[in-house]
Design a protein around this ligand. Sequence first.
Ligand code: ATP
Ligand code: MG
Length: 694
Amino acid sequence: MGGSGPEVHLRNLNAEQRAAVTFGIDESGAARPGPPLLIAAGAGTGKTTTLAHRVAHLLIHGADPQRILLLTFTRRAAEDMTGRVRQICSRALGREIDFGTALVWAGTFHAIAARLLREFAPKLGISSGFTILDRSDAQDLMDLLREEAGLAQHRKRFPKKAVCLEICSFAVNSGRPLAEVLARRFSWCAPFEAELRRLFRAYAEAKQRQGLLDYDDLLMGWAQMLECERLGGILRERFRFVLVDEYQDTNPLQARIVEGLCPDGSGLTAVGDELQAIYGFRAASVRNMLEFGRRFEQPAAILPLSTNYRSVVPVLDFANALMAESRESFGRRLVGRRRSEERPWHVPVADEADQARYVVEQVLANREAGMRLRDQAVLMRSAHHAGLLELELARRRIPYRKYGGLRLLEAAHVKDLLAFLRFAENPRDRMAGFRLLQLLPGVGPAFARKVLDRLEGLGFDPSGLALLPPPPAARGLWPDLVTLLGRLRGSSDWPGELAAIRAFYDPLAGELYDEVEGRLADLDQLALAAEASPSRRRFLADLALDPPLGSGLEAGRPVQDEDDLVLSTIHSAKGREWKAVFVLFVIDGWIPSDMATGSPEEIEEERRLLYVAVTRARDQLQLLVPLRCHVHADPRIGDGYVRAAPSRFLTAAVRARCTSRRRAGQGDAEPAVSDAEPEMLLDLAARLRAMWER
Ligand code: ATP
Ligand code: MG
């Protein structure tokens, strides 16, 4: 290193970023954990960049990579970050460094928790072969128990499976008592407190019997380990440096983990932006950030970053105008230096189909002008808002990748295939068993239950099943299934066993579902992903934790490493950036979502969501405002179309930061409503809510 001026790897950073990177690290000796540090700064100011440099700085100064724990919000972010750290280090040291074994502890809270629980399973009284339940599996289990307890039939208004799980999860992640959670967030469910408590107990017991852990169990397990003196001691000794990105979106349980790892804050670095907190509905709490300075025995340093490097000034002006109307903006503003003549576009379109056509035209025009597809993103409030756009993209043969929304994994055929793998991995997993048995013609829940009970009696050896008489319709396939289960029970020949499963399953899928070609293409995609995974267990764990693929069903063909347009929910777009960003459905009822307009806090979270969306744009931002919208056909609403009102966040002051773009040749389709009219013409949100009232 030597010489004057900053070390090589610090030269591209500004002074504030450098201060944050080097804070508390004594450059003369080996890196030692210093006081707690919080980097609190706005969108695009280089928080993640700074965190990556800090990790690199620690490594360059001799920190043991095995003892650095880097927690990110998605698996993808962890991979990006590891790549960046490697680059920074090798540039600084002038040689490639082998990261094969280094920085192994980079991942999401859930992924790291899963690894630690497996490693220490014997000490925790659980089997290391546990299966991880993703959210939709957890919902299915909840549903099963809800029915078994007779809650589904005799009480009509008893909350549905998704709400039950949400309540359960909220209570675990917020660390608040059930009664309080119900009163504050799910008041319409409060009369069922006793039943819910019983249901949650049954849910916990069922998971334990079947060797299953859901996402919340992973975090809770990790927190409990840290609170056990011996195990906690081992983990604290292992992780000397703990670095957390997107701290504003951690929940109290995650904070408990972080504080359990660094009780006095030594070695802890967190970065975040309160204005981008968008996971309140999952119990995330900005208080973790706001109280950071008081949480530890020693004083914490709180450092700012004040220059936005991402977006052009007109985009920042728009974002600032949007937040200026929030009660919570604390007068903060994004300041940047990238000039541009182009202001964000406010684009009224006739309806959803028109929106889809417009976006495709613009994407292609951008590409003509030299912008790759992957530098462009279409963002939406909910994954299913992209339906027509996906069809239009497929029709025009424009490849795309979709993030957020577990589409691929929610598809029935994918769940079927995974049921075989999960059952092979853990034969006590009754959910998986139920699913795969009932694929056979003539097999219903009663016979499936009988098979599973018998299997348990046989010590899970499927060969004995050959003697069980199946329902007549299943007779032809029964011996094949028994053979397959026998093969899967033996040692795993990964990924070869997948071919055996598909030989059995693909013809069945043809019987069970329409559009089978698209479905088989999805399974091919899954098989490709499986080949890249070292083992069945790892594959299942990765899928459960962070589904890597979007469904190619609508796209008609699977898309690999090509130049793909990005489709993403806003939630999944966190931390990322693109040259051009399109935001779909900037209308009331969509943004803010009618599902989240119950309280002022929820509405503020929706505003921050729009803020996160717009601050993803580097050069071009387009906000789509359909003037007419289709809602699920309901005879009370006529043809299913309603006139939409622009999002309440697009006030006159905010719109003044945009250029309105009228579509050429759309004169006829233009409804007789001026989009300059500021008042809301229809409270669509209220209408949509009313559909669910008795
Ligand atoms: P978000 O709030 O969205 O998570 P962030 O604060 O983490 O954003 P980054 O993603 O780290 O910001 O950085 C935003 C962009 O600014 C990136 O393209 C990054 O490369 C660039 N950038 C950051 N710091 C600098 C710098 N000192 N000089 C030039 N570009 C920079
Ligand atoms: Mg970031």
